[in-house]
Design a protein around this ligand. Structure first.
Ligand SMILES: [Zn+2]
Ligand SMILES: [Zn+2]
Length: 244
């Protein structure tokens, strides 16, 4: 006769046989925890890269970035800096697209963990907040990736995640469907800070999928600063170009 432990053991073994843990990006099996496999982790989150601290854009290694990079030097942002795993291109672009699709949760969690790994001192943040996704878009997409990314970063660094810190004031058009100069107008006064949180003097990490023109992150940052936040930095999986 089997002990309850034995039954549990057999059922876990059977479960693993039917659904072997796999890398959520390349779907290779053989990993114990279902996280990104070592090859995908290196591809999607290179350990050796030079990125602009101001806007998160990858930059040639020799370039001095104190005053920003060629992509952001002429822009003004309310946020203090951006962390990004890399450019919205190649494998990282495919990963972002896959992460946003139904069943992309595990990949979003893995990318959030990788993102936490490139933030030098994430413990300085008093709160981690995702860029909010409007209910209609959330229902259409099925996956709220900014929220999952924020949860994964919070879990990795032990920081408080405030899922509902930012709210929509109104529905906005999808930024990626608009020309860069229209994006700022689209998100102007589109967000508000939830009255259930007090963020006076808080240092906040704002989390989103992609940063392209920076208009959405900038609009969110402005309301957080107006509500008393001391500083806002942004973490995104990928830094988009002007065409995406
Ligand atoms: Zn993989
Ligand atoms: Zn830059």
């Amino acid at each position: 006769m089997q002990t309850p432990h034995g039954i549990r053991h057999i059922s876990q073994a059977a479960w693993r046989l039917l659904f072997p843990p796999m890398c959520p990006f390349c779907e290779a099996t053989g990993h114990l925890d279902g996280a990104l496999c070592p090859a995908c982790r290196e591809t999607l989150s290179p350990t050796q890269s030079n990125t602009c601290g101001r806007c998160g854009a990858p930059a040639p290694r020799h370039l001095a970035l104190e005053a920003g990079c060629p992509r952001c030097r002429k822009q003004t942002f309310a946020f203090a800096g951006v962390y990004a795993l890399g450019d919205y291109a190649g494998a990282l672009q495919k990963a972002v697209i896959k992460m946003k699709r139904p069943c992309g949760e595990l990949l979003a969690l893995s990318l959030g963990e990788a993102l936490a790994g490139i933030i030098p001192d994430a413990t300085v943040f008093d709160a981690i907040a995702p860029v909010p996704m409007h209910l209609t878009r959330r229902l259409a997409r099925g996956v709220n990736s900014p929220e999952i990314l924020a949860e994964a970063i919070g879990r990795s660094v032990g920081a408080r995640v405030c899922i509902d810190l930012l709210r929509h004031r109104r529905k906005i058009a999808q930024q990626s469907a608009l020309a860069p100069r229209e994006r700022k107008r689209n998100v102007r006064e589109a967000f508000r800070v939830s009255s259930s949180w007090k963020i006076a003097a808080a240092s906040i990490l704002l989390v989103d999928d992609i940063l392209t023109t920076g208009a959405t992150a900038d609009a969110c940052t402005k309301v957080l600063l107006a509500a008393g936040a001391a500083q806002v930095r942004v973490a995104v999986v990928a830094r988009g170009g002007v065409n995406n």
